[in-house]
Design a protein around this ligand. Structure first.
Ligand SMILES: [Zn+2]
Ligand SMILES: [Zn+2]
Ligand SMILES: [Zn+2]
Ligand SMILES: [Zn+2]
Length: 400
């Protein structure tokens, strides 16, 4: 039986992400692709509630709705601060979610006139975008006037960190060309790495063969089987935490084992079914009350959640204790998909959970390693290095 949940997976993009209305992007990272070319989001709506810096796009999902007609095209954008320190203080203040909607008949994507993606009818005033963040670029470089920015933060980043200081008004073509390559790299580093978000229905429970959950040996024949035999990090490492593992976590772990590499769970597929619940990672800190829609007063319901596996794709420095982290982040949006007049972005709510203790985190990270091996993301050398670290840790444990 289908579970009514659509799972999201990360995939390497094979083409640039363009605002193609017949195939609108759902993606991780990079700059936002705006559904509405005339009204991109203003950075002032997306500042971190802790450090006040502009957030960056974590992901966007094209999620059209049948009702109302104004939500025929619908995108949900999830932004977050890149600073893990802010998330530690308040994850609610370090995330923001907005939806943008258009009716079937709209002036940007006329059905009578097929235009190439990214091109709009003549009467559409396409807004300038920030070179750095991709938000509305209402400011300009005062010197060259050829670059747009959303705010001073982005302008300073471009000037100091992305070589614009040396490129701006530079007449040496050869030098500019080299600098522009460095610029591209630096600009990429401002954002999260960009991936396509592909979806698949969650498989029913009977495909899970419980005992195979941690058996990594069957996944890769590229790796020496002897190494894999030793590579039994998961259960061993976690036995000591088993006793106080909380029920919600066990449920979480069992459920994601059906598709361990899922980075997202999309739950709002059928309106007539009961409101879906997120898969929480622990019993504590579940939201007790979900706020109503600030625009129409209707209830906000759970739409999707991002999973800890997504952290693996964000180029984070795992050695840094302040790097970004979450157990799960659940997004709630207006159940009526309301479209207030003259409003282009409607805010939703974000609720999050961390894993309840270190033991769980460790246990979960072990699953991550397994995933990385499965996907071929780790080289034999890397696996051997992990093995060595593990052996040293085990030896230290025995000595204690
Ligand atoms: Zn922040
Ligand atoms: Zn910007
Ligand atoms: Zn300039
Ligand atoms: Zn509403």
């Amino acid at each position: 039986m289908a579970t009514g949940i659509q799972l999201g997976f990360v995939s390497k993009p094979d083409r640039p992400f363009l605002p193609d209305i017949n195939d609108f992007p759902s993606k991780i990272g990079g700059k936002p692709v705006w559904l509405n070319p005339e009204y991109p989001l203003d950075v002032e709506e997306v500042r971190c509630g802790i450090c006040n810096k502009p957030m960056v796009l974590l992901l966007q999902i094209y999620a059209p709705e049948d009702v109302p007609a104004e939500a025929y095209h619908r995108c949900v954008y999830l932004f977050c601060c890149k600073d893990g320190k802010c998330h530690k203080q308040s994850q609610e203040k370090s995330f923001k979610v907005y939806r943008s909607q258009l009716p079937k008949i709209n002036k940007y994507y006329p059905e009578s006139q097929k235009l190439p993606a990214g091109q709009y009818p003549k009467d559409v005033k396409v807004a300038p975008l920030c070179k750095v963040s991709g938000f509305l670029g209402s400011k300009q470089c005062s010197k060259c006037k050829s670059e747009n920015y959303s705010c001073r933060d982005c302008q300073i980043f471009h000037w100091n960190n992305a070589y614009h200081k040396r490129i701006c008004c530079n007449t040496n073509e050869k030098e500019s060309l080299i600098l522009m390559q460095l610029e591209t790299k630096a600009l990429e580093s401002y954002l999260f790495p960009e991936y396509e978000l592909v979806s698949e229905e969650e498989p029913p429970s009977d495909i899970l063969k419980e005992n195979e959950k941690y058996d990594i040996s069957k996944f890769s024949n590229a790796i020496d089987p002897k190494i894999l035999k030793d590579f039994n990090v998961n259960e061993e490492d976690c036995e000591d935490t088993e006793v106080d593992v909380d029920k919600a976590f066990l449920k979480f772990e069992k459920r994601i084992a059906r598709e361990p590499s899922q980075i997202l769970r999309y739950a709002r597929l059928h309106y007539n079914q009961e409101d879906a619940e997120p898969l929480w990672v622990c019993q504590d800190n579940k939201p007790t009350e979900i706020k109503n829609c600030p625009y129409c007063g209707e209830k906000c319901t759970f739409e999707f959640q991002i999973m800890p596996q997504l952290l693996n794709y964000l180029n984070l420095d795992n050695k840094n204790p302040d790097s970004l982290d979450w157990g799960t982040v659940a997004v709630y949006t207006c159940n009526a998909n309301c479209q207030p007049k003259d409003k282009h972005y409607m805010e939703g709510y974000v609720y999050h959970q961390y894993f309840s203790n270190d033991g769980l985190n460790k246990r979960f990270k072990a699953i991550d390693i397994k995933q990385k091996i499965e996907s071929g993301a780790l080289t034999k050398e890397e696996i051997e290095r992990i093995m060595k670290i593990k052996k040293e840790k085990d030896a230290a444990k025995t000595n204690n």
